[in-house]
Design a protein around this ligand. Sequence first.
Ligand SMILES: [Zn+2]
Length: 646
Amino acid sequence: MIESSIFKMIIDAREAYYNSGHPIMSDQEYDSLIEMVKASEPDHPILSKIGHTPSSMWKKASHNMPMGSLEKVNTEEEFRKWASKYPSQRFILEYKLDGLSVSLDYKDGQLVRGVTRGDGLEGEDITPNVLRMRDVVKTISGFSGSIRAEIVLSKHEFNRINMSLPEKDRYSNTRNAAAGICRRLDGLYCDYLYVIAHDLMGPHDEDRKIVILRDWGFMTACSKESWVGDIETIIKGYNETKAIRKSLPMDIDGMVVKVVSRDVQEKAGFTAKKPKAQTAWKFDAPSCASTLQKTTWELGRTGVLTPVGHIDPVTIDGSVIRKVTLHNIAEIKRLGIGIGDLVVVAKMNDVIPKILSVIEHRNNPIDIPTLCPICSTELINDDIRLMCPNDFCVAKEYNRILHWIKSMVIDQFGEALLDVLYESGKVRHIKDLYALKDLDISSLEGWGEQSAGTIIGNIQKSLETTETRVLAALGIPTISDRTAEELIKVFGSIKDLMGVSRDQIASLKGFSDISADKIILGLTKYGPELIELVQLIKKPLQQSSNGILFGKSFCFTGAMEHPRPYYQGLVTENGGKNLSSVTKDLNYLVCNEDKGSTKSQKAAKYGIKIINEKEFLGMIGSMVQELIVAPEPEKGPQFELPSLFQ
Ligand SMILES: [Zn+2]
């Protein structure tokens, strides 16, 4: 059951939003409350009311035809599901302009009435103001009927108006400004507003409607025929627009997709005034409101405690969500979040769900622990994160082993088995796994000889691996599969990696000073363990032993055409070895400058061959040609993005 205060909140939000022009919550907060009601009381009358009940300033007017809003989809998956109901149909893609909907009614060629959407059946007659707006077509020869349009304010005009207002009266966004201005009794600023048409009430196909509206002189919410296409074209257009939407002159909060064929639309029918064959594909991440019940703290393998929020279960994008990440204490402070708060939960890019904002505070702050929940050591609180400084903290080491087991994909080795082995002291470090004997497992309750043998076999099998996998599986902060691959690619091996400096790592593409510090710290701390594990592996680094550079070592210094990792990658690919400094073992120093640098002096002293970039590339011959030729630009149908003001 939904608390009655929620309904009041929705009504207050609508009132503030439409009637004062000064909203009390964000669109996403409002939408998430609606989602919450939909999920538990889908027939609640509050859902059938869209828009607002007009305030009394303007005369009320009934619409000739109800003005519905569109059903929404939030994700590509939802969009595809919707679109799949209309196989082999063409669709039209339009901007979902962030403004105020209006119905323009014409009689015998004259614009006689402009009525806001209101609650869909009845709105406000703001005709005098509409007549002042830009791009309103006041006469259409011989036309009687209705045109649906959006009243919008450009970002540019929004700023100009806001700058002229005292701070307390400023509008919070373009849509609220448009809604506020178009309903001013004095008509002030109405000439700043644009009217952009998006529908013509009539029997035409959608693409035809756009042509007619444009012929009549309207700006439209889509302006080129290339905006009509199949599902894939529409998805491409959606993604492209989403990427550049910040640079558009108008605010948009999504795209509208309609089946082009009017016949198909008619056949599809309507749900509660909403045409089924039209949908609004929003840009916001799917979200729903919920209540924070409690928080727990999970200790990760790096010793950082992560707060986890437990919420009343909600369904977002088809999956039930009970837990959300609160990231860290800085995030808790930023949100000002407490137990019992009404919150917006969203799934961002399909990662772990998070809390976007708090709609209502209940002033019951979250307890921040001071002691490690596992080892009771006093935690370090740097105002951003909580950390257990105890290197021997049970959970930390345990989690590192578990991380290893998962990363190395040791089949059938689950948490339950690790629990027992850890408790008994048989496995306290990663390397202990490789000292396990059949008997260590078969003697455990519930394990037979055969299954023990399988597990031991799987553990041993995990040693047939590469140094990259070992490095990634060790659980050093910031070293992921990708970074491990890059580090091994550039520096050659784990042994070589041990000798590199922080600056050498920080200079690589995709690495920062901070991540370099963490990597060096991790390598120092776990280095001996890492070396021990590397010695265990059966298949050494997959370095091409028949490469053209096999047995040769290289060190690069000074400015070059491409970033250094590029050349180091070429060395590895061709079976050679990268050295970070000039030692006696070095075969070639690659250097473009004259022999002035410390490295070249040192190389000269050792009698090491100094070559330039060109000579190096020459050593690998034709392969280079292939690599340095830029790929041809992709060819294919161009999907043009129309300007709104053509
Ligand atoms: Zn601890």
